[in-house]
Design a protein around this ligand. Structure first.
Ligand SMILES: Nc1ncnc2c1ncn2[C@@H]1O[C@H](COP(=O)(O)OP(=O)(O)OP(=O)(O)O)[C@@H](O)[C@H]1O
Length: 229
């Protein structure tokens, strides 16, 4: 298994009390598996992604990424694991306004210390894979919302991650463009052997994933609940 969370507990301070955002959550996602997490607002979905992304250290439990236990790792070790093994796609593309499509990807490679030549070849391959061939020199304002989200996805894959974490990738898109993005994520997951976890409110897209998990009051269960939004 590429991504394994075991018995994870995460609490936030809440006045005199604590709020349990993740209540003994376990999750295992294999290479090439596309898992979706659904559940009501406030149920803990973003907290789950943040723990899997090593952005938040849980109070208890373990997070193992490509065999490496990062649950108690220090800040630098977590940053390195995130840079080398995890791709993150947020709701909004968060592209740098002044950079071209190609440069958005090359910045990531530069931060990871890749040689410019290798990076350029990989960036062009990825842009073709997300169907953005010919748009290498466009800036974000010259792209559609769907195209921006595809740049975002290509950028997340630039450093060859094994784990892809995706937070509501279709929320800024119409239904058709949203379906195209999910279908692209499914294809990239299979072709690159990624362990992908996607938080979504879009139930229509669940037919395209391998596993559906439901978060409810901090607990994660397999399968889709009837009431998820
Ligand atoms: N930084 C924080 N400090 C305190 N409480 C927080 C913090 N972040 C989230 N929470 C609380 O933890 C619970 C889980 O929040 P989380 O954002 O993980 O839910 P979610 O399922 O992603 O919600 P949504 O679908 O609305 O994005 C909620 O009760 C929320 O209010």
């Amino acid at each position: 298994m590429t991504l394994v969370l075991t018995d994870v507990v995460l609490t936030y301070p809440d006045g005199d009390h604590t709020l349990t955002a993740l209540d003994h959550v376990s999750l295992a996602v294999a290479a090439g598996e596309f898992a979706a997490v659904v559940g009501p607002s406030g149920s803990g979905k973003s907290s789950l992604l943040a723990v899997a992304a090593t952005l938040i250290t849980p109070d208890a439990g373990t997070v193992v990424i490509t065999g490496q236990d990062v649950s108690r790792a220090g800040r630098t070790a977590r940053t390195n694991v995130r840079r080398d093994h995890i791709g993150i796609v947020f709701q909004q593309a968060n592209l740098l306004p002044s950079l071209t499509t190609l440069d958005q990807l090359l910045v990531m490679a530069h931060l990871a210390g890749q040689s410019p030549r290798t990076a350029s070849v990989r960036a062009r391959e990825l842009l073709l894979a997300v169907d953005l061939g010919g748009k290498e020199h466009k800036r974000p304002h010259q792209l559609s919302g769907g195209e921006r989200q595809r740049v975002n996805i290509a950028r997340a894959l630039m450093n060859g991650p094994e784990v892809l974490l995706v937070d509501e990738p279709t929320s800024a898109l119409d239904h058709h463009r949203g379906e195209q993005i999910i279908s692209l994520l499914a294809e990239l997951t299979r072709n690159n052997g990624l362990a992908t976890v996607m938080v979504t409110h879009d139930l229509a897209t669940l037919a395209m994933v391998d596993t559906v998990l439901t978060m409810s009051d901090g607990s994660l269960t397999e399968g889709a609940a009837t009431q998820v939004v």
